[in-house]
Ligand binder design. Structure first.
Ligand SMILES: *[C@@H]1O[C@H](CO)[C@@H](O)[C@H](O)[C@H]1NC(C)=O
Ligand SMILES: *[C@@H]1O[C@H](CO)[C@@H](O)[C@H](O)[C@H]1NC(C)=O
Ligand SMILES: *[C@@H]1O[C@H](CO)[C@@H](O)[C@H](O)[C@H]1NC(C)=O
Ligand SMILES: *[C@@H]1O[C@H](CO)[C@@H](O)[C@H](O)[C@H]1NC(C)=O
Ligand SMILES: [Zn+2]
Length: 569
C-alpha cells in the first residue's frame, strides 16, 4: 500500500463535525460537542468490557489484492478513466418529477416515450452502462422490471449461501430552472474541478451506482468468482414514487422468497464522523417513518358581505395553531438506534461526565432518561427531530375570490415518525387536534372515508392519511452480519485508508431521518445497511445548486466494495 493518505487531501479535519451526509443530517453531534465546555471533558479510552453497550467490532483482516486496491486508490490512469466514466454517467439526465407518468403506465416503450420523453434517458443510461461495463453485462444475468428497473445477478459458487444485495438508484432530482445560473458548471456536464466532480446526481447517487459497476467490472477482469451470489438492484424513481424498487422487491421475493437475502447495502450515511476525539462509522440501521396528513375543511359558501364570525380559513388557522402548539412527545427508548449511537459515544469518546452517565443509565433509569431527553431537546436545534415525530405544515390552499366565503380549505402536514411511534399514534394525535376544533365549531369529521362525526350545517373536516410508512425494522447490531460489515469497514479505514494514523474506529448504529428505496425491501432481509463508504465529506450539496463529490471519495467506494465483496463467504 502507498504510504500517502489517499483521502482528505487537506488532511483529516480535526473539527468535530457531523460528517454523515445527505438527508440524514442531524444536529446531534454538534450539540454534544459544543454545548459543553472543553474543560469538562474527561479522557476516554474506556476498555471494552463484556457489559458494554457498544463493543468494538472485531476488525476483519482478509486476504485481498493489495495491488489492485492500491491501483484503485492511487493509480493516475485508473483515477482519470474512472472519473471519466462517472462524469459521463452524469451527462445523461435521468431526471424525474413528482408528477412524471409512471414507467408502467403503458405496456409499450415507444408509446411511453411519446407520452413522456424523459424516460428515453433511462434507456440511454442502460445503453451507457452496457457499453461502459461490458464484462458485467456479459458475465452476469441482466434483467429489467417495469422497463427500467435493473437487476444484475452474479451467481455465486455456493448456492446454499444467501445472496448479498447491493443497491443504488438511477434517477436524480431535477434542477430548478431559476437556479441554473448559480451553478459553477452546467449541471449535466459532469465537470471535474479541484478534485471534485460537479453535476446533478454526482453525489446522489451516481457515485455509488458507478462505484458498484466499476467494482464488479474489476472483479470480473481479475477473474474473481464469488462464493455468495451478488445481486445488484438499481431502482429508477427513488426520489419520487419508488415504484422501481417495489417492482424489484416483488421480483426478488418471487425468485428467492421472503427473508432470503443475507444483507442489503444501499445509499445512506457516509464515511465516518469524528466526535470527542473518536472516529465513528455509523451505518443507518433504521429509518424514521413517514406520513402526510391531508386535512380538508368544507364549510358553507356565501357572499362575504354577511360572513360568519369565522370562515373556513379562520377555522383551519386555529387548527394549524393547535397542531403546532401541541407537539409530539420526545423520547429515547431501549433499541432506538439513536440511543445506540449515544451509548457508543458515551463509551468511546470524550463527552462531559454527567451527560455520559445519563446516556449510560438512560435505558433503566427514568430520571437519567428524562434528563437526556431534556438535554437533547433544549440544548440545541435540529436534534429534537432525532427523538420526536416531526410535524411540518407544508401546504395550504383555500378560497377563490375576495368577495366569496371559502368553501374548501386544505392543508398538508408532513410527519417523520419517531422510532417509538407509529402511523396510528401519529394520526391519532392529529385527529385529537381536529376533534378539539371540530367540537368548538360544531363540525363533522370524516377520516379515511369513515364518518366519525356526522357533517353538520357548519360543514366537516375530511382527514386523509397519505404515503403512510411505519418506522423501519431495526437491523440488529452484534450479529455475524454486523460484525462482517463493521469489521470490514474498520479494516478498510484503519489499515487500507489511514494505516499511519493507528486509530480505532467505533462502528455504531444510526437512525436515518429520511427514507431510501430500502423501504420496499423489508421483506427480503432484516440486515439492511443504509451506508456508503467514502470520505467524511461534509457537504456535497445534495439536491441543491453545485452538487459535487470528491474523486477520492468515489475511489474509496470502489476500493471498499472491491475489498468487501472478497470478504464474503
Ligand atoms: C448489451 O449490448 C449488447 C451488444 O449490443 C446486446 O447484445 C445486449 O442485449 C445488451 N444488453 C443489455 C442488457 O441491454
Ligand atoms: C456452502 O455453504 C454451506 C453453508 O455455509 C456450507 O455448509 C458448505 O460447506 C458450503 N459448500 C462448499 C462447497 O463450500
Ligand atoms: C375526503 O378526501 C379524500 C381524499 O382527498 C377524497 O377522496 C374523499 O372524496 C373526501 N371525502 C369527502 C366526503 O369529502
Ligand atoms: C497504536 O495504538 C496502540 C493502542 O493505542 C498502541 O499500543 C500501539 O503502540 C500503537 N502503535 C503505533 C505503531 O503507534
Ligand atoms: Zn439517493
Amino acid at each position: 500500500m502507498s504510504e500517502t493518505l489517499p483521502l482528505y487531501p487537506k488532511a483529516p479535519k480535526s473539527t468535530d463535525k457531523w460528517n454523515i451526509a445527505k438527508k440524514f443530517v442531524y444536529g446531534l453531534i454538534v450539540i454534544l460537542v459544543f454545548t459543553y465546555s472543553l474543560d469538562y471533558f474527561t479522557t476516554s479510552a474506556e476498555p471494552t468490557n463484556p457489559d458494554s453497550f457498544c463493543p468494538l467490532v472485531p476488525k476483519i483482516k482478509a486476504t485481498h489484492d493489495e495491488d489492485v486496491i492500491d491501483m484503485i486508490l492511487n493509480d493516475k490512469k485508473f483515477r482519470k478513466q474512472s472519473t471519466e466514466r462517472w462524469s459521463d454517467s452524469v451527462k445523461i439526465p435521468t431526471v424525474l418529477f413528482d408528477g412524471t407518468i409512471h414507467a408502467d403506465a403503458v405496456e409499450d416503450k415507444e408509446e411511453l416515450y411519446k407520452l413522456e420523453p424523459l424516460w428515453k434517458n433511462f434507456e440511454k443510461f442502460h445503453d451507457f452502462l452496457n457499453e461502459t461495463y461490458p464484462l458485467v453485462h456479459k458475465k452476469t444475468k441482466v434483467e429489467k422490471v417495469n422497463k427500467f428497473g435493473l437487476i444484475y445477478t452474479w451467481e455465486g459458487k455456493n448456492s446454499s449461501l444467501q445472496p448479498i444485495f447491493l443497491n443504488a438508484h438511477q434517477d436524480v432530482v431535477p434542477v430548478e430552472e431559476t437556479t441554473i445560473d448559480q451553478w459553477s458548471f452546467p449541471p449535466f456536464e459532469g465537470v471535474e474541478s479541484n478534485g471534485f466532480v460537479y453535476g446533478r446526481g454526482v453525489s446522489d447517487c451516481k457515485n455509488l451506482l458507478i462505484g458498484i459497476m466499476e467494482t464488479i467490472e474489476l472483479l470480473l477482469q481479475n477473474k474473481f468468482k464469488p462464493e455468495r451470489t451478488i445481486i445488484i438492484g438499481f431502482g429508477y424513481d427513488e426520489e419520487s414514487a419508488g415504484l422501481g424498487a417495489k417492482a424489484i422487491a416483488d421480483f426478488l421475493l418471487d425468485r428467492y422468497g421472503p427473508q432470503s437475502i443475507y444483507m442489503l447495502i444501499d445509499e445512506g450515511s457516509e464515511g465516518f464522523m469524528e466526535i470527542g476525539g473518536t472516529k465513528f462509522i455509523a451505518p443507518a440501521t433504521s429509518e424514521k417513518g413517514y406520513l402526510d396528513s391531508q386535512i380538508d375543511l368544507f364549510t358553507p359558501g356565501g357572499h362575504s358581505s354577511v360572513p360568519p364570525k369565522n370562515t373556513g380559513i379562520g377555522i383551519m388557522s386555529r387548527l394549524i395553531t393547535l397542531i403546532e402548539d401541541t407537539e409530539f412527545k420526545s423520547m429515547v427508548t431501549n433499541g432506538n438506534p439513536t440511543l445506540g449511537l449515544l451509548q457508543c459515544m458515551a463509551e468511546h469518546s470524550n463527552i462531559e461526565k454527567s451527560l455520559k452517565s445519563d446516556i449510560l443509565r438512560a435505558q433503566f433509569d427514568v430520571e437519567a432518561n428524562a434528563r437526556l431527553v431534556h438535554y437533547l431537546i433544549n440544548e440545541g436545534g435540529e436534534q429534537k427531530a432525532v427523538i420526536s415525530t416531526s410535524q411540518a405544515v407544508d401546504m395550504i390552499t383555500g378560497g377563490v375570490k375576495s368577495n366569496a366565503l371559502p368553501e374548501h380549505v386544505s392543508a398538508v402536514v408532513n410527519h417523520r415518525i419517531a422510532f417509538e411511534e407509529s402511523v396510528q399514534s401519529t394520526s391519532e394525535k392529529i385527529l385529537g387536534n381536529i376533534q378539539e376544533i371540530a367540537e368548538r365549531f360544531e363540525l363533522g369529521i370524516i377520516m379515511d372515508g369513515k364518518v366519525l362525526v356526522e357533517p353538520t350545517k357548519n360543514g366537516y373536516f375530511n382527514y386523509t392519511l397519505r404515503e403512510a410508512l411505519e418506522p423501519a425494522p431495526v437491523t440488529a447490531t452484534g450479529t455475524e452480519v454486523w460484525n462482517l460489515f463493521g469489521g470490514s469497514l474498520r479494516y478498510f479505514y484503519e489499515d487500507i485508508m489511514f494505516p499511519k494514523l493507528n486509530e480505532t474506529y467505533v462502528v455504531s448504529p444510526l437512525l436515518a431521518g429520511g427514507n431510501t428505496d430500502t423501504k420496499s425491501y423489508w421483506d427480503l432481509t432484516t440486515n439492511i445497511f443504509r451506508y456508503q463508504p467514502g470520505t467524511g465529506f461534509e457537504d456535497s450539496n445534495i439536491h441543491s445548486v453545485d452538487e459535487m463529490y470528491p474523486i477520492d471519495g468515489h475511489l474509496a467506494v470502489i476500493a471498499f466494495y472491491y475489498f468487501f465483496l472478497q470478504n464474503l463467504h
